[in-house]
Design a protein around this ligand. Structure first.
Ligand SMILES: Cc1cc2nc3c(=O)[nH]c(=O)nc-3n(C[C@H](O)[C@H](O)[C@H](O)COP(=O)(O)OP(=O)(O)OC[C@H]3O[C@@H](n4cnc5c(N)ncnc54)[C@H](O)[C@@H]3O)c2cc1C
Length: 396
C-alpha cells in the first residue's frame, strides 16, 4: 500500500462522519434491533431518500446525473464511514452500483432521463433477473426467450433467486433473443417493468425464515423494444460490465462491516454471563475471536494492496475473487463462532424474548450461508484464482 488521503478527502470524510453522527443521534437509523424484511425495505427507502437529499447518494455517478463524480478513494471513504456509523445497507444497492452505471454508460438518453433519478431517491427499486433453474454459475446457458413481435418482445421463461423481486418496480433482465448463434452472442439485456401482465413473483422461504429471494415466472411478458439496454445480442458484455461495477469497492465495506460486528462480539463475550462465565474466559472462544480478528486484518491489507494497484491505473482484477471468497468464508466462521458462544441460547430466533441480542446472530449465521453462493460460488471463485492468478490449466 502506498497512498495517503489528501486534505480534501479528509475534509470529505469529516463532513460525512458528522452528518452521519447527527442523523444517528436523531434516530434516523438503529442497527441494534432485528427487523422484518418489510421494515428493512420501508426504512431503507426513507434512509436512502435522506442520504440523497443531503447529497450523499450515488456519489460515484457523474454530476450531470445527480452524483458527485467521486473518485475511488472517496467511494471507499464513503463506504467506510457508512459501515463505521452502523448505517443499514442502502436498499437500492443493485441499482446504485450496477444498473445506474450501466445505463449511464450504455443506455439511451430517454432511458437515463426516465430511470436514473428515481434510483437515487429509492422511489423505484430494482431487482436482477439473471439466474434460472438451469443457469447459475453457467449463466450463459440461460433459456428465457424473448421473441420480437411488432415493436416489442414477448418474453417467457423462469428466473430464480431474484432478491427483492416482490418489492421491485423494475428488473434488469437477461433473455435469449437468438438461439442460432453461439450462446454468449444471443443474449440481450432488457429493462422489465415488474407490474405488467405475465410477471408472477413467488417468494421462496429461506432457512432463516425470511423470503428475500423469489421465483419470477414470465409468461409472454410484453417488453417494448426501447427497453433494450445497449444493443440486441450484446447483453453478455453488459452483464459482465455490470458485475465489475459490483466488485470495485465492495471489499472495504464488507471488511468494515465484519470488523464492526466483531467489535460487538468481543464486547458481548466479555460481558454476557447467562451461562455462568463470560465466553471470553473460555480458551476455545478466545482463540476463535483472535482468529477472526487476524482474518479481518488480512482482508483489510489485501484490499489495500488491490486498491494500490487500481490507483496506479490497473483494472480491478482477479483479486476481487480472492476477496469475495475470503470474506464470505470468514464471515461464516465468525458467525458460527458467535452462535457457538451462545450455547443453547443460540437456538433462539428473533422475536423470542430470551434471545440474546434480539436473536440477531443465529439469524445472520443462517443467512451467511448464502454469501458463499451469491455473486459466484466459492468453487467458481477458486476456479478463477487457479486459472487467472496461479496460471493453472483450465477446467475441462
Ligand atoms: C442470497 C442470494 C441472493 C441471490 N440473488 C440473486 C439475484 O438477485 N438475481 C440473480 O439473478 N441471482 C441471484 N442469486 C443466484 C446466484 O447468482 C446463484 O445461486 C449462483 O450463481 C450459483 O448458481 P446456482 O445456484 O444455479 O448453482 P449451480 O451453478 O447449479 O452450482 C451448484 C454447485 O455446483 C458447483 N459448480 C458449478 N459449476 C462449477 C464449476 N465449473 N466448477 C466447480 N464447481 C462448480 C457450485 O459451486 C455449486 O456448489 C442469489 C443467490 C443467493 C444465495
Amino acid at each position: 500500500m502506498d497512498f495517503s488521503y489528501t486534505a480534501e478527502q479528509e475534509a470529505f470524510r469529516g463532513e460525512l462522519r458528522s452528518w452521519l453522527e447527527r442523523r444517528k443521534a436523531e434516530g434516523a437509523f438503529d442497527a441494534t434491533r432485528h427487523r422484518s424484511l418489510d421494515e428493512v425495505v420501508h426504512e431503507g427507502r426513507r434512509w436512502q431518500a435522506a442520504l440523497h437529499e443531503a447529497g450523499w447518494c450515488g456519489i460515484h455517478w457523474p454530476k450531470e446525473y445527480g452524483g458527485r463524480s467521486a473518485g475511488l478513494l472517496e467511494q471507499i471513504i464513503f463506504q467506510e464511514e457508512l459501515a463505521r456509523a452502523g448505517s443499514p445497507q442502502l436498499i437500492n444497492l443493485l441499482a446504485l452500483t450496477m444498473v445506474g452505471p450501466v445505463l449511464i454508460a450504455y443506455g439511451t438518453e430517454e432511458q437515463k432521463k426516465r430511470y436514473l433519478a428515481p434510483i437515487l431517491r429509492a422511489d423505484e427499486i430494482w431487482c436482477q433477473g439473471y439466474s434460472e433453474p438451469g443457469a447459475g454459475s453457467d449463466l450463459a446457458s440461460l433459456s428465457t426467450r424473448a421473441v420480437l413481435d411488432g415493436d416489442s418482445y414477448l418474453v417467457s421463461g423462469q428466473k430464480v433467486w431474484t432478491s427483492y423481486a416482490q418489492y421491485a418496480d423494475f428488473c434488469i433482465l437477461l433473455a435469449r433473443t437468438n438461439a442460432e448463434v453461439p450462446r454468449h452472442e444471443g443474449i440481450t439485456m432488457f429493462i422489465m417493468d415488474m407490474r405488467v401482465p405475465g410477471v408472477e413473483v413467488r417468494p421462496l422461504r429461506q432457512m432463516n425464515g425470511d423470503s428475500e429471494f423469489n421465483e419470477v415466472h414470465l409468461e409472454e411478458v410484453r417488453i417494448p423494444r426501447e427497453n433494450i439496454v445497449g444493443t440486441e445480442g450484446k447483453g453478455w458484455e453488459l452483464a459482465v460490465a455490470l458485475l465489475m461495477h459490483e466488485r470495485a469497492t465492495l471489499t472495504f465495506q464488507r471488511q468494515l462491516q465484519s470488523r464492526v460486528a466483531l467489535t460487538d462480539l468481543i464486547r458481548f463475550s466479555k460481558e454476557w454471563d447467562a451461562l455462568g462465565e463470560p465466553p471470553m474466559k473460555d480458551p476455545i472462544h478466545r482463540q476463535r475471536i483472535a482468529q477472526a480478528w487476524i482474518d479481518s486484518e488480512a482482508m483489510r491489507l489485501t484490499a489495500l494492496r488491490h486498491l494500490t494497484r487500481q490507483l496506479r491505473g490497473g483494472h480491478p482484477g482477479p483479486e476481487g475473487s480472492m476477496e469475495k471468497l475470503f470474506w464470505s468464508e470468514m464471515y461464516q466462521r465468525m458467525l458460527i463462532g458467535a452462535v457457538g458462544m451462545l450455547g443453547p441460547y443460540g437456538n433462539l430466533a428473533p422475536g423470542d424474548e430470551h434471545a440474546p441480542l434480539d436473536g440477531r446472530w443465529p439469524h445472520l449465521m443462517l443467512y451467511s450461508r448464502g454469501r458463499t453462493i451469491a455473486a459466484g460460488t466459492s468453487e467458481i471463485q477458486r476456479g478463477i484464482i487457479a486459472q487467472r492468478v496461479l496460471g493453472m490449466p483450465k477446467d475441462r
